[in-house]
Design a protein around this ligand. Structure first.
Ligand SMILES: Nc1ncnc2c1ncn2[C@@H]1O[C@H](COP(=O)(O)OP(=O)(O)O)[C@@H](O)[C@H]1O
Ligand SMILES: CC(=O)N[C@@H](CCC(=O)OP(=O)(O)O)C(=O)O
Length: 295
């Protein structure tokens, strides 16, 4: 009996958060490293469906870096990254679009719908959702690129978001669908751009004036210099921690995306471990959460 009572108490603990976020938008970035196995993928789908059922508007932006690398490997194409961005020539762009839009996106949509939700998959090219332009990488302040010849920093079809056209998302929300977005944008030439999924999630969260942006990754959150999890960070701390090299690698674009989303009016951002079952629910509906919040 006590176990059942505790379960009910757990539900009541969530009530204030359910009330707070009803009718609000929560953008979830579902990173490729968080898509570990079938069980975890199903739990993710169930979390999203539960959010939708209690009146929250979840919008999913997914990645798929490791999944792209697996196909590139089979095609014997070596992946190459500059400052966390995949150098994307024409052939790689076809693989990126095939994997993100054709495979990963459909798998997420399939899981949500199979579990009883109503998801619709989109790429940034659908309904002109994400406009993009070529991203230029500066060699300035980058020791690793100091001696690189100029052609080495042409990232090819890597894009950055120039605008989000939310029309299609609003139409889906009105009809109670859950949008699942692949991070491929459209350029002025009508061609596809490969965009880092964190950047897309931040731009969409800003455009929709989301209550939250939640990034699911493969670490517990942001760690301090001693390796301890930071429960809460302020937007102003971020550049300082990058300068001190406490934050490095793939975490740099993540925290910068959070700062960018906050500047665009998103209320709170979170970086959490997507490999934990029900990570999103634990972060949003419990007092302590499980990862790092950036406010
Ligand atoms: N201060 C830090 N706290 C946590 N992770 C960090 C930190 N500095 C660097 N990292 C690295 O950032 C990585 C997360 O970025 P990345 O692998 O690009 O994530 P994803 O594939 O989910 O987009 C971590 O696995 C970790 O190695
Ligand atoms: C330009 C660029 O690097 N694009 C990423 C898009 C996918 C992504 O961001 O996936 P994760 O979130 O799983 O890393 C890529 O090609 O891997």
């Amino acid at each position: 009996m006590q176990e059942s009572i505790d379960r009910a108490k757990g539900l009541i603990e969530s009530l204030p958060y359910m009330q707070e976020f009803r009718h609000k938008t929560v953008v979830i970035k579902y990173g490729g490293h968080a898509m570990v196995d079938e069980n975890l993928k199903k739990q993710f789908a169930l979390d999203v469906i539960l959010m939708k059922h209690i009146g929250i508007n979840p919008v999913i932006v997914h990645g798929g870096g490791p999944q792209i690398n697996r196909l590139l490997d089979r095609l014997e194409i070596k992946p190459c990254y500059v400052q966390g961005m995949r150098v994307t020539d024409g052939e790689t762009m076809s693989v990126v679009e095939m994997v993100l839009v054709g495979k990963v996106n459909k798998e997420i949509v399939g899981n949500i719908n199979h579990c009883g939700g109503r998801a619709v998959g989109l790429s940034g090219r659908d309904g002109d959702l994400i406009y993009a332009e070529k991203m230029c990488v500066s060699k300035k302040n980058d020791e690793a690129l100091k001696d690189a010849p100029p052609e080495l920093i042409d990232l090819g079809r890597v894009g950055q978001v120039t605008a989000v056209n939310p029309e299609i998302l609003l139409a889906l929300e009105k009809n109670d669908f859950i949008p699942v977005i692949a991070p491929v944008g459209v350029g002025e030439d009508g061609q596809a751009f490969n965009i880092n999924a964190d950047l897309v999630a931040a731009a969409i969260a800003g455009e929709l004036q989301a209550a939250k942006l939640v990034l699911l990754t493969d670490v517990a959150g942001v760690q301090d210099g001693e390796g301890t999890l930071c429960r809460s960070l302020k937007q102003d701390d971020i550049e300082k921690l990058i300068e001190q090299e406490t934050i490095g690698g793939g975490m740099i674009p993540k925290v910068r995306c959070c700062a960018d989303a906050l500047s665009r009016g998103v209320v709170k951002t979170h970086i959490i471990d997507g490999r934990i079952e029900h990570a999103i629910l634990l972060e949003i509906f419990t007092k302590d959460g499980i990862g790092t919040e950036i406010v």
